[in-house]
Ligand binder design. Structure first.
Ligand SMILES: Nc1ncnc2c1ncn2[C@@H]1O[C@H](COP(=O)(O)OP(=O)(O)OP(=O)(O)O)[C@@H](O)[C@H]1O
Ligand SMILES: [Mg+2]
Length: 723
């Protein structure tokens, strides 16, 4: 039994999420008859003889059927006759309240190729996606499918330039942060969670507070079942360190998470990668069901769909090297290829045929009638034929119509859960992740224990001699600087968290503040554990000042310093997302702070410009050292070995004269300043993310060239040039 078999009787509320019952499933094991009959039927409707079908472009066959601007092309299944018919049917409801019409006109994307040159990626694409339909983007690897999806979803990289109009419901609107959902080509998932946990946490994060928890759980489980993952529900997702789900299963988890809320506009980049043909069919049929029955607009890039999967698509956008080879009803593509001299051989999957015809990466020749022509030439023929076809004119006309009808602006809000719910769920999820990820805190705890044992044995029973003053100072400095420095060890895990945050944030699952709150509160128990257990070992083995209040202060400073280093690393991660570069940057910053923290060079000896003012006051080591020193030395009296001095020296005198500590405030003020710095650093992190979110679209719009000033593309010949 396949993982999907048990789902036949499931439905999704009133919408009925399983549109393809066994009876209505297309049964074609070979692909072509459907398309041929569709052309025949269309031809007979248009008043031409069926025999003319194989020689006429599909657009010519359906053109007379367009009567009004409200007509849209549709592929309707004719179950009784066991064939599919290409017809034109009025759009259901037109620009209704919930539906999203997405159009793009003369869309060009270029990437900078160094030396001031630019590389064309997309070359003047025009098309649309509308509610209730699935648009499939197909083409050879590297033809620009992901780039098109990124451009439509407003997520192009900063080294690309874009021109042309992308409109949502006829309006210019920046997508992202919850306005649409996007399942990207790479799966970025929390590897320590099980499938059930990942989807359930996501449901809690995105679904409204008014929905009972049991219902959220049921929705999560049902979505998991819809994606055929019920057998892997309790399997951990797994990553590079521990094997968990298979690639195809991870893909389905990514889809689950994004379809939980039934988004009105959904982008999917190769949702069926890594899936077998049966799983691909089931996954795609559910996605098509979401569009068809929920009135959602879905754009999906897809590699190598089986003929059954191909028949599920409404519209097809076929790209080759960034140019449109075909955009129109998926069922009519077959005739388009046939008419242009590339008929699909019998017993071959049409999508395989299209891709083989237009893939020039391997410079293979394709057969054409009696002779052979190069692939590049075949592509030019198809591209030019499409540009001069009525299908192209219809698509352009449809785009203009949609653009003219200005609909409602798309709601930007993503998650419907409250800030409190988001923070609580994120705290719990992050806590679970930290608990299960050995590299986050457990390894650090072990290293801290080892290091504190080293400190404890090297400074063991430090005593009250004059020499112990220097030893105390060094030991406390080591704790303030090097033990806290070790907090950098969690950076790789945090970078992974940031990747997940980046994806979820772009899809509007929660806000930056909720992420910061979740990360802060979930780390507190672990940091407390690390500062108390190894801290106690070092403290009592060395024999620092007795009294629990002194130890509590010592642990608190250690705790807050570790939190501070983590906050600093969060800021680093927001600017330098690569973990190796981030660790080097973070270590460098801390090295500088350590150097002018008042130990390696006494405060009065620090050069006044820059190092004393302001660096000495910015370095958290200053406050940590001074707090530790006050905690340890105040109340103690040491014998004085200095010639000519009094027989004893008090702790306060040591602080003032030897360590040059500021005695105007108590140790608690130092601790409070450290806490204040933690909050400042975390707010800075939040601010940086927010600013980057605002600035990035501004940079993008600056790089977006108005259509009339489109950059002159170089490299591959453009459609116009070829024509
Ligand atoms: N930022 C960029 N800088 C330079 N080249 C880029 C950039 N983005 C994309 N490209 C190039 O543009 C082309 C299209 O890339 P894209 O990722 O869109 O392909 P794709 O159709 O999604 O391929 P695949 O099916 O393998 O995922 C590729 O040749 C790629 O190298
Ligand atoms: Mg891609």
């Amino acid at each position: 039994m396949s993982s999907f078999d048990s789902l036949e009787d499931l439905s999704y509320g009133e919408e009925g999420f399983f549109p393809f019952s066994t009876a209505s499933k297309p049964h074609h094991s070979t692909p072509h008859p459907s398309a041929i009959t569709s052309a025949a039927a269309a031809a007979s409707k248009a008043g031409s003889s069926p025999s003319s079908v194989s020689f006429e472009a599909p657009s010519l066959l359906v053109a007379p059927e367009i009567n009004s601007s409200r007509d849209v092309e549709r592929v309707m299944s004719n179950q009784e006759e066991g064939r599919r018919v290409v017809t034109w049917a009025p759009a259901e409801g037109g620009l209704n309240d919930d539906g999203v019409f997405l159009t793009w006109e003369d869309l060009r994307v270029t990437a900078s190729s160094g030396k001031g040159g630019s590389l064309p990626i997309l070359q003047g694409l025009t098309g649309y996606a509308q509610p209730g339909e699935v648009l499939a983007i197909m083409g050879p690897s590297g033809c620009g499918k992901s780039t098109l999806l990124d451009a439509l979803a407003g997520r192009l990289g900063s080294n690309t330039r874009q021109s042309g109009d992308i409109l949502i419901n006829g309006r210019k609107q920046t997508l992202a942060f919850g306005a649409s959902a996007y399942v990207t080509q790479d799966d970025t998932l929390m590897t320590t969670l099980t499938v059930k946990e990942a989807v359930y946490y996501s449901a809690q994060l995105q679904l409204p507070d008014s929905m009972p928890l049991s219902e959220k759980k049921a929705r999560a489980e049902m979505t998991i079942r819809e994606m055929g993952l019920q057998d892997a529900m309790n399997t951990r997702i797994g990553g590079w360190s521990s094997k968990g789900l298979s690639g195809g299963q991870k893909r389905r988890v990514s889809i689950c998470i994004e379809i939980l809320t039934r988004p009105v506009l959904l982008f999917l980049d190769e949702p069926t990668s890594g899936l077998d043909s049966a799983a691909s069919y089931h996954v795609m049929s559910r996605i098509v069901g979401l569009a068809r029955h929920g009135g959602r607009t879905i754009v999906a890039s897809i590699h190598q769909p089986s003929s059954e999967v191909f028949e599920l698509f409404h519209n097809l956008c076929l790209l080759s090297a960034g140019r449109t080879v075909y955009f129109g009803p998926a069922a009519a593509a077959n005739e388009f290829f046939a008419v242009n001299g590339f008929p699909c051989p019998s017993l071959r999957n049409p999508s395989d045929h299209y891709l083989r015809t237009i893939n020039k990466d391997f410079d293979q020749d394709i057969e054409k009638g009696h002779g052979v022509i190069p692939t590049a030439e075949a592509i030019d023929i198809l591209v030019n034929s499409y540009k001069s076809s009525t299908t192209y004119q219809q698509v352009s006309r449809r785009v203009v119509e949609i653009c003219k009808t200005e609909g409602r602006a798309l709601d930007k809000k993503g998650s419907q859960a409250s800030f409190l719910t988001q923070s609580l769920v994120l705290t719990r999820r992050s806590g679970v992740n930290m608990y299960r990820d050995l590299g986050y805190y457990w390894l650090r705890l072990a290293i801290y224990i080892a290091l504190c044992l080293c400190v404890g044995t090297i400074y063991h029973d430090i005593g009250m001699s004059y020499g112990s003053i220097q030893a105390r100072g060094s030991m406390l400095m080591f704790v303030a600087a090097f033990l806290t420095f070790m907090a950098i060890g969690g950076f790789p895990s945090f970078v992974e968290d940031m990747k997940i945050f980046g994806r979820e944030r772009l899809n509007g699952h929660y806000g930056v503040a909720a992420f910061v709150v979740g990360n802060t509160f979930s780390s507190i128990p672990y940091l407390l554990l690390i500062s108390v257990v190894p801290g106690a070992m070092a403290y009592y083995l060395v024999g620092l000042q007795r009294g629990i209040d002194h130890f509590v202060y010592f642990s608190l400073v250690l705790f807050v310093c570790m939190m501070l280093v983590e906050s600093l690393m969060m800021i680093v991660a927001s600017i330098v997302p690569d973990f190796l570069m981030g660790i080097i940057t973070g270590a460098g910053i801390q090295g500088v702070m350590m150097l002018n923290g008042g130990f390696f060079r006494l405060p009065d000896d620090l050069p006044k410009p820059f190092w004393r003012y302001p660096m000495y006051y910015i370095a958290f080591h200053k406050y940590a050292n001074q707090g530790f020193y006050k905690n340890e030395f105040i109340g103690l009296t040491f014998p004085n070995n200095q010639a000519g001095g009094p027989p004893t020296i008090t702790g306060k005198e040591i602080l003032r004269n030897i360590w040059q500590v500021e005695m105007g405030h108590s140790k608690w003020v130092d601790l409070a300043i450290l806490f204040g710095m933690v909050i400042t650093y975390r707010v800075m992190f939040l601010g940086i993310i927010k600013v980057l979110e605002k600035v990035k679209p501004m940079i993008r719009s600056l790089l977006t060239v108005p259509p009339e000033k489109s950059p002159q593309v170089v490299g591959a010949p453009s459609v116009e040039a070829a024509a």
